[in-house]
Design a protein around this ligand. Sequence first.
Ligand code: B12
Ligand code: SF4
Ligand code: SF4
Length: 263
Amino acid sequence: MKDRVRSILLSLGVDDVGVASVDDYRSPASPPVGALFPGARSLIVMTFRELSACDSPSPQLAMNARLDLMAFSRSVCYQAARFVEADLGARVMTIPVSYPMDVGDPRKAGIAEISLRHAAVAARLGAFGLHNLVVHPRLGTRVLFTALLTDLELASDPPVAEHPCTGCGLCVQACPTGALDQPGKTDRLKCLDCSQPYGARASMAFWSRFGEASPAEQKAMLRSPEYLRLYQAGFIGQQYVCFRCLAACPVGVVAGGPGASTT
Ligand code: B12
Ligand code: SF4
Ligand code: SF4
């Protein structure tokens, strides 16, 4: 059964697939799986390789590749879910790359329904590196994850042979805001302000200043680069302008090509 699921997912374009029994998924900050899907037994975790556009000095091109990957992985995840329901007769829920999240509840700030890093570790697709991201032994850290939560009973995959993070520290040094300086913890707000500068916090700051400005100042504010960037984010959705911890990790990256190519 597991081999059949794996081979269908690989044929859809997933770069690697791992399976975890729900009992092996341990993410202390996340909600219990049973509260999301009573009767869930397994997580099928999909790995998608980032393009080398994450090396680009152009945030627009780097983000465009991320949007491509998010659209592709969403489509593949949905197709995989339909296969599991229709062909295997199981119940299934799809886990998104990031959004939607419960952004209105301050107790859940930065916490998704399922932590895909913990799911990937449970599915033996890699291990946490010094940058608190998961490093895949072959594809490195330039990967995103999605997952299916299902009531199919599947055993966890065997563990990865070696810890893929060498401890070189390049990822921590690459972070422009020191968000990774404390081992095992990402400073969420430092990272957010740097990597997603057109998100909710920036929007709130803009509109607070707008409310207190004179009519002439308001007119100027609506023609400012700051407003135009927030406006674009409003219809594109969240935009990352920093990929440095992810791009700095040498694991799985072959030097010497036009940009970096992965094995
Ligand atoms: C919210 C969120 C964020 C928040 C972080 C909030 C947080 N503390 O997790 C912010 C905006 C800061 C963020 C930033 C980034 N994110 Co983000 N994010 C998410 C999201 C949507 C939810 C994460 C979550 O639920 N966290 C809550 C719980 C799990 O966190 P936690 O228990 O506190 O665990 C943390 C620590 O305790 C530590 N940790 C836990 N156990 C262990 C064990 C060891 C040994 C170590 C060393 C550390 C460690 O690592 C965790 C990270 O802080 C996930 C998608 C998802 N559904 O999982 C993507 C996700 C984690 N993000 C991802 C990425 C790529 C990024 C960025 C590079 C941005 C970008 N340009 O893409 C940066 C990297 C920041 C970094 N180096 O940590 C990827 C990671 C892929 C990978 N290879 O691991 C994910 C999985 C998206 C995806 N679908 O692939 N993200
Ligand atoms: S995404 Fe950028 S700001 Fe956030 S932790 Fe990584 S390097 Fe630092
Ligand atoms: S850059 Fe070095 S320390 Fe950071 S995750 Fe990769 S191998 Fe580990």
